[in-house]
Write a protein that binds this ligand. Structure first.
Ligand code: ATP
Ligand code: MG
Length: 356
C-alpha cells in the first residue's frame, strides 16, 4: 500500500499526512482523541473554510506570495510593516524568522515595544474550524507547560481569520548550530536543559513527539538557554501508556512508530538521543532524503544505535542506549539519563559552563 492510500491515524486528512509523513498501519487499539476547552471567539465565521487560492495544492515556502480566502474575500498573509491587532494591543510585523510545514514565524514588535516571535498557523487548505482547533490546542498546551526551558507564550489572537501566537523571541533554532561536531561539554549542556524540559513534560503526562532541531530554540544569555517549542502534535497520555501521533516527522522517527504505531515517553528520549548524536557528530543518525522503504529498514534494524556505538566513547555509548530499538531497553526517564550524563568525563572536566 502506498503512503497516499493509507488511512491516516486519528482522522487526519490524507493530504496533510502525506506532505511530511509516512502513515502507519492501524493499531490494535485507538488512543482517545484530544479535545480543546478554549472558547471559540465570537467573531469566528464557523463552518467557513480558509483555503488556498485555486490551483495551489499546498502553501508555497514564501508565505507572502499566497492569498487565502475564508468567506469569498481574499486575505493576504502578513508582510513586513503589517499591523496585527490583538485585544491586548497591536503588533508590527518585521522580518520572517522561518517557515515550517504548519506555521510561518515573523519577528514583531508588540504593545510595550518588546520583540516577539509571531507564529501564524498555516491554513493549508483546511477548514477554518480545524485551523482554529489546532491553534487553540497549542495555546492551551503552551499555557499549561510554563518552564524555563519551554518557549513562553505571551498572547494568542485571531486577525483577519488567521490565527497567531505571540511567543518569546529566541535567537535561533538548534538546526542553525548543526553541521559540524559540537564540543562534548556543549552537547551535554544543551542535552541537560532538553532533558530537564522533557522530564517536566513527562511529569505532566505529556509526550512532545516532535523534538527535531527546528523545534528546539536557543537564546544566548551568558550561556545558551534551550527552549522547546511547537506543541502542535504533542498529546496528553491521560493515564494511557502510549499515544498515537497524528503525524510523524521522518527525520526523528522512533522504531515503535513502525512496530506499533504508538509513541510513549521513551519515544521522546529516542528523539533527544537523535538530537544528541546530531550535535556530537555534526550529522544526523537518520540520513536525510532516504527513500521511505530504506528509512524504515534503517530505523527498524537499529542503524542509529549502531552509529552511536561506533563513536566509541562513553558519551556515544550513552546515546546508543537512548537509541535502542525496544523502549524497555532505553532509559526509563530523562532524570535517569541525566544522572548518567553528569558522571561522564566530558561533563566533569568541562571548561564551558562552570557551576554557578
Ligand atoms: N520563538 C521563536 N523565536 C525565534 N525563532 C523562531 C521561534 N519560533 C520559530 N522560530 C523559527 O521559525 C522556524 C519555523 O518554525 P516552525 O515551527 O513554523 O517550523 P519548523 O520548526 O522549522 O518545522 P515544523 O513545521 O516541522 O515544526 C524555526 O525553525 C525557527 O528557526
Ligand atoms: Mg516547529
Amino acid at each position: 500500500m502506498s503512503d497516499a492510500t493509507r488511512t491516516p491515524p486519528l482522522g487526519v486528512p490524507a493530504a496533510r499526512i502525506t506532505q511530511r509523513i509516512a502513515a502507519v498501519d492501524p493499531p490494535a487499539a485507538t488512543a482517545k482523541a484530544q479535545t480543546t476547552s478554549l472558547p471559540v471567539p465570537p467573531s469566528s465565521p464557523s463552518g467557513a473554510t480558509i483555503s488556498i487560492a485555486p490551483g495551489a495544492s499546498r502553501p508555497p515556502s514564501n508565505p507572502h506570495q499566497q492569498s487565502v480566502r475564508p468567506t469569498g474575500s481574499f486575505l493576504r498573509f502578513p508582510q513586513q510593516g503589517s499591523l496585527l491587532v490583538s485585544p491586548r494591543g497591536a503588533y508590527l510585523v518585521h522580518a520572517t524568522l522561518g517557515t515550517g510545514e504548519f506555521g510561518a514565524v515573523y519577528e514583531g514588535v508588540g504593545p510595550f515595544d518588546q520583540v516577539y516571535a509571531l507564529k501564524m498557523m498555516r491554513p493549508a487548505n483546511r477548514p477554518y474550524a480545524e485551523v482554529q482547533a489546532e491553534w487553540a490546542k497549542e495555546v492551551q498546551r503552551l499555557l499549561s507547560v510554563r518552564h524555563p526551558n519551554v518557549v513562553y507564550i505571551y498572547d494568542a489572537f485571531e486577525h483577519n481569520s488567521l490565527f497567531y501566537l505571540a511567543l518569546e523571541r529566541c535567537d535561533h533554532a538548534l538546526k542553525a548550530m548543526l553541521g559540524q561536531p559540537l564540543q562534548d561539554g556543549l552537547t551535554i549542556e544543551l542535552a541537560r536543559q532538553l532533558l530537564a524540559a522533557v522530564q517536566f513534560l513527562h511529569d505532566n503526562d505529556i509526550v512532545h513527539d516532535d523534538l527535531h532541531p527546528g523545534n528546539v530554540l536557543i537564546t544566548h544569555l551568558d550561556r545558551p538557554i534551550v527552549k522547546i517549542s511547537d506543541f502542535g502534535i504533542s498529546q496528553e497520555l491521560r493515564g494511557l501508556p502510549a499515544i498515537r501521533p497524528n503525524v510523524v516527522h521522518h527525520a526523528i522517527m522512533a522504531p515503535e512508530i513502525l512496530t506499533t504505531g504508538f509513541t510513549t515517553k521513551q519515544s521522546d528520549l529516542y528523539q533527544v538521543g537523535l538530537l544528541m548524536y546530531w550535535m556530537l557528530v555534526g550529522e544526523p543518525a537518520i540520513p536525510p532524503g532516504m527513500a521511505y522503504a530504506d528509512l524504515c529498514r534503517w530505523v527498524a534494524e537499529g542503524e542509529p544505535r549502531r552509529r552511536a556505538e561506533a563513536i566509541g566513547t562513553p558519551l556515544g555509548d550513552l546515546i546508543a542506549r537512548m537509541l535502542r530499538r525496544r523502549e524497555q531497553f532505553r532509559y526509563t526517564t530523562a532524570r535517569e539519563v541525566w544522572s548518567d550524563l553528569r558522571e561522564l568525563p566530558g561533563w566533569k572536566a568541562r571548561e564551558l559552563f562552570p557551576p554557578k
